[in-house]
Design a binder for this molecule. Structure first.
Ligand code: SF4
Ligand code: SF4
Ligand code: SF4
Length: 188
């Protein structure tokens, strides 16, 4: 009878210890699981246009050619090019030529006249190589409607973004995948 009781108590002790282990082991693994989720899944690389200095590194630093970093235009319509005078600066060809035409070496930007003083801008993503020349022109002389963004349908979401590593302005960081782009007209 005494032997029976000892057996029962030792079995009860084993169940208790096993139960405690079950509770502790998953908790110990949690930080690893969390770090995996936050560094890879659900996050993408993106450029903060307020930090970007349009240095041109985006063109060559990306592992893809052409770069996944492209110029975007903030507004469907813009009339500022003809007012800011940026196209009259260095290399300007004529008074009737917009800054976007002057600045883009591969002719990726076209603008269509809509009505005074507005134009509609289109950026050909296949042509754009991410040189950021137009962004620099727009920023230096105008209101900064053109800026750089990593296009998520092109980017392969590297573990460590090569542009982020090389960016002199630390403008590239991970952000939630459900908020993939930074729009200048909306609060960040
Ligand atoms: S490398 Fe950085 S600062 Fe240079 S164009 Fe790209 S995002 Fe802007
Ligand atoms: S100037 Fe450079 S960044 Fe701008 S549209 Fe042309 S290729 Fe793209
Ligand atoms: S994550 Fe990779 S593919 Fe995407 S922009 Fe950075 S270097 Fe290019």
């Amino acid at each position: 009878m005494k032997e029976e009781k000892n057996k029962y108590e030792s079995r009860r002790g084993f169940v208790k210890i096993f139960g405690k282990l079950l509770a502790v082991v998953p908790l110990a693994g949690l930080p690893v699981l969390l770090s995996k989720n936050t560094s890879l899944k659900g996050y993408v690389w993106q450029i903060d246009p307020y930090k970007c200095i349009a240095c041109g590194e985006c063109k060559t630093a990306c592992i893809l050619t052409p770069s996944a970093s492209k110029c975007v235009h903030e507004h469907a319509l813009c009339g500022y090019c003809d007012l800011c005078g940026g196209y009259l600066k260095e290399g300007a060809k004529s008074i009737g030529t917009g800054a976007e035409v002057q600045m883009c070496p591969v002719g990726a930007i076209t603008r269509k006249y809509v009505e005074e003083p507005f134009f509609e801008y289109t950026i050909d993503e296949d042509l754009c190589d991410g040189c950021a020349k137009c962004v620099k022109g727009c920023k230096d002389f105008g209101n900064g409607s053109l800026y750089m963004q990593i296009k998520q349908d092109i980017c392969v979401n590297c573990n460590e973004c090569s542009i982020a590593v090389n960016c002199p302005a630390q403008a590239v960081s991970r952000m939630p995948a459900d908020n993939q782009y930074i729009h200048k007209s909306r609060p960040v």
